[in-house]
Write a protein that binds this ligand. Structure first.
Ligand code: EPU
Length: 422
């Protein structure tokens, strides 16, 4: 299992280019299953989850092609889908595999997708995806760890759907399913994340009829057939936010390029409130300077456009260096403070009480061996390692490889002393 060795204390300097968004690329790849024609995607990040999604798609016998140059392009051609199954061996490594369900049911009238199960950050059920597809006419059973869906008559129909809780991949699944369903689907309390909007853009290019992009009410008028499309995936807002924190925590000065600052407005506002100096250096570029003194903050994670749960851990690493008591309230996932105990082992003063975390700072951090428990927690431990005294070993970095494209190379280019140990 790979590990990172980080020697802390070096202010970062230079420029880092943000990759395409993993969480936009995954649903977009799944959407390619809705058509027999090729879908060309650009700005695909080279991360483990994308490889897993490619394998899931290839398992259906669709063609997945990655030309060597440029390596961030991907073509998917689902001319003949002969297998409507997403097997456990692949699904267990990536919860987003549930995104196979909507497109397969819509295109073939049946599907068998392994249940993803829980993960380090919470139980993460998929009941809302299932309920909505049932409303659209699918008969669904969950047995032997698999969701098996069958549509009598073969074609889903439109429905009035209101999610009890806002769900990102749930919204994406229903958007894809409704695009090929018969009649109109009204989706209330839809997720408004930029990744959902990016998926809507691709679906519209493929011929889908969707109104309300960027709002919580979406109307989809189903069509009989969708066609091919070409699309460039939006930049990864969470990778961008992570590097902004890296610049800030190291006390250096960096530029983060190829990003969309408007997608992380809530995060940037909090960082500015802490005293981090952030300015737009162009429409897709941010300049970040670390502050001499950071102030404590209150963060409550929310659905977009609120403060993203996927940035909570990284900002907590920064809060260990702020003057006073910072408070975090995690409202999206019930167990997303796994990084806190590892940071405490590095010298942070963090108390957890249910969904609330209080960080008292500033506390110097010390290098030690820490274990990454999920993707964003791993990123926060790398950030803590950048300022820790001495050497930090971050174990189980396969979590970070799932969603960050060669983070150690990008950080090294900014001057960080980080290396991968195999
Ligand atoms: N939920 C249910 N039932 C459902 C679906 C969701 O109770 O059927 C609950 C979840 O347990 C959670 C809340 O609703 O408490 C929101 O979950 P959501 O469905 O929105 O999460 P997701 O779609 O599984 C996506 C991202 C996550 C990100 C969340 C929240 C992808 C592939 N994943 O997950 O990204 O944290 O939205 O913004 O888009 C990551 O990249 O590290 C990551 C975990």
């Amino acid at each position: 299992m790979d590990r990172f060795r980080i020697t802390g204390g070096k202010p970062l300097e230079g420029t880092v280019r943000i990759s395409g968004a993993k969480n936009a690329a995954l649903p977009t790849m799944a959407a390619a299953l809705l058509t027999a024609e090729p879908v060309h995607l650009k700005n695909i990040p080279r991360v483990r989850d994308i490889i897993t999604m490619g394998q899931l798609i290839a398992h259906t016998n669709a063609r997945v092609e990655t030309p060597d140059v440029p390596p961030t392009d991907l073509t998917i051609e689902a001319r003949n889908i002969t297998d409507a199954e997403a097997p456990y061996e692949l699904v267990r490594t990536m919860r987003a595999s549930i995104l196979m369900l909507g497109p397969l049911v819509a295109r073939l009238g049946h599907a068998r997708v392994s249940l993803p199960g829980g993960c380090a950050i919470g139980a993460r059920p998929v009941d809302l995806h299932i309920k909505a597809l049932e409303q659209m006419g699918a008969e669904i059973s969950t047995e032997h760890g698999y969701v098996t869906a069958h549509v009598p008559g073969g074609r889903l129909h439109g429905a009035e759907i209101r999610f009890e809780k806002i769900t990102v991949t749930g919204t994406e699944n229903i958007l894809m399913a409704a695009s090929l369903a018969e009649g109109e689907t009204h989706l209330e309390s839809a997720a408004r994340e930029p990744e959902v909007t990016d998926l809507i853009e691709v679906l519209i290019k493929m011929g889908a009829r969707i109104e309300g992009a960027g709002t919580s009410t979406l109307v989809v008028r189903g069509v009989e057939r969708l066609g091919g499309a070409s699309h460039t995936i939006i930049p990864d807002r969470i990778e961008a936010g992570t590097f902004v924190v890296a610049g800030a925590i190291s006390g250096g000065e960096i530029e983060v390029t190829n990003c969309k600052p408007e997608h992380i407005r809530a995060v940037l506002a909090k960082l500015c409130e802490m005293g981090v100096d952030i300015e737009a250096a162009g429409p897709d570029r941010l300049r970040v300077r670390g502050a001499k003194k950071l102030t404590a903050i209150h963060v409550t994670t929310e659905e977009y456009p609120g403060f993203a749960t996927d940035m909570q851990a990284q900002v907590m690493a920064l809060a260990t260096q702020a003057q006073g008591s910072s408070e975090f309230v995690e409202t999206i996932f019930e167990n997303r403070y796994m990084h806190a105990s590892e940071m405490t082992r590095m010298g942070a003063d963090i108390t957890i009480d249910g969904r609330k975390a209080v960080v008292r700072g500033p506390t110097p951090l010390e290098g030690t061996t820490v274990i990454a428990s999920d993707l964003r927690a791993s990123a926060s431990l790398v950030l803590a390692g950048l300022i820790a005294r001495g050497e930090t070993i971050v174990d189980r970095v396969y979590h970070i490889d799932r969603g960050y494209e060669r983070i150690e190379e990008k950080l090294s280019r900014l001057g960080a002393r980080i290396e991968r140990l195999r």
